[in-house]
Write a protein that binds this ligand. Structure first.
Ligand SMILES: [Zn+2]
Length: 244
């Protein structure tokens, strides 16, 4: 017999090379119930994560990093799902389309990158998180958190930011009241508050440091995107004028 996964030769119950069982059980009611249970667990975990991050972001992310990985759902999954929620809402109500009407935007090669970001908010957020994490690492270096721990902090916090934007986008879509600026502001304040209190509760200085680090991270992300566009255009990967 050969393994269905890696084609190695197998004469036991499990593949000696990759561990794949030779015979997987048939799909039964038990399988369906098992999958449903996992689904409910994930849903419950998702709601609990939102509740904890809304009330005590610093404490619950600290606990995720140091003691208990099961109370919150996985941070990368969290930011991907929350970004997807925002993408669906903003597409449905055409929330992000305004800039497209601006003069010259569509003709700019930068539009391609902007479009990619809009279609991949989840991954774009993680890349942006890398830039912000570097600034936070610099601003909060005395706290001894490593780069990846800060990146995980950002996945949770920026994921919550996406949910804040989603709520405002939803209300704007339903009522046609312009709320994007307000939503952006609320999301931004939440982010700075959450990052600040992660490092030290009730420190006003930390709130402003987080605010500045976040802004600088966002700016460097933007600058890197512009530089990437210039390189791609100069190497002929992108047309200098976007045909739209
Ligand atoms: Zn195998």
């Amino acid at each position: 017999m050969t393994c269905k996964s890696c084609n190695s030769e197998v004469n036991q119950n499990y593949c000696p090379n990759c561990g794949q069982p030779v015979k997987i059980p048939r799909i039964t009611g038990r399988y369906v119930i098992g999958e449903l249970q996992q689904e409910f667990q994930l849903e419950k975990g998702f709601l609990r994560t939102i509740r904890e991050l809304a009330v005590k972001p610093g404490e619950s992310i600290q606990s995720f990093i140091h003691d208990n990985r099961s109370r919150l759902i996985k941070p990368i999954l969290f930011i991907i799902v929350t970004s997807l929620v925002y993408t669906i809402i903003s597409h449905f109500f055409h929330i992000d389309d305004d800039y497209q009407k601006m003069e010259g935007v569509k003709e700019s090669p930068f539009f391609v990158i902007l479009k990619w970001v809009q279609e991949n908010y989840g991954y774009a957020n993680i890349i942006m998180g890398v830039f912000i994490a570097l600034w936070i690492k610099l601003f909060f270096r005395k706290y001894k958190y490593n780069f990846f721990e800060i990146l995980i902090l950002l996945c949770f916090v920026m994921g919550m930011g996406m949910l804040v934007y989603s709520v405002f986008a939803l209300i704007e879509g339903l009522t046609h009241i312009q709320l994007q600026t307000l939503g952006g502001l609320v999301g931004f304040i939440y982010t700075a508050w959450a990052i600040g209190q992660f490092f030290e509760k009730k420190s006003v200085a930390n709130f402003f440091k987080a605010f500045i680090a976040y802004t600088l991270g966002w700016l460097t992300f933007l600058i890197a995107a512009v530089i990437l566009t210039i390189i791609l255009v100069s190497q002929g990967f992108l047309p200098a004028v976007n045909p739209g």
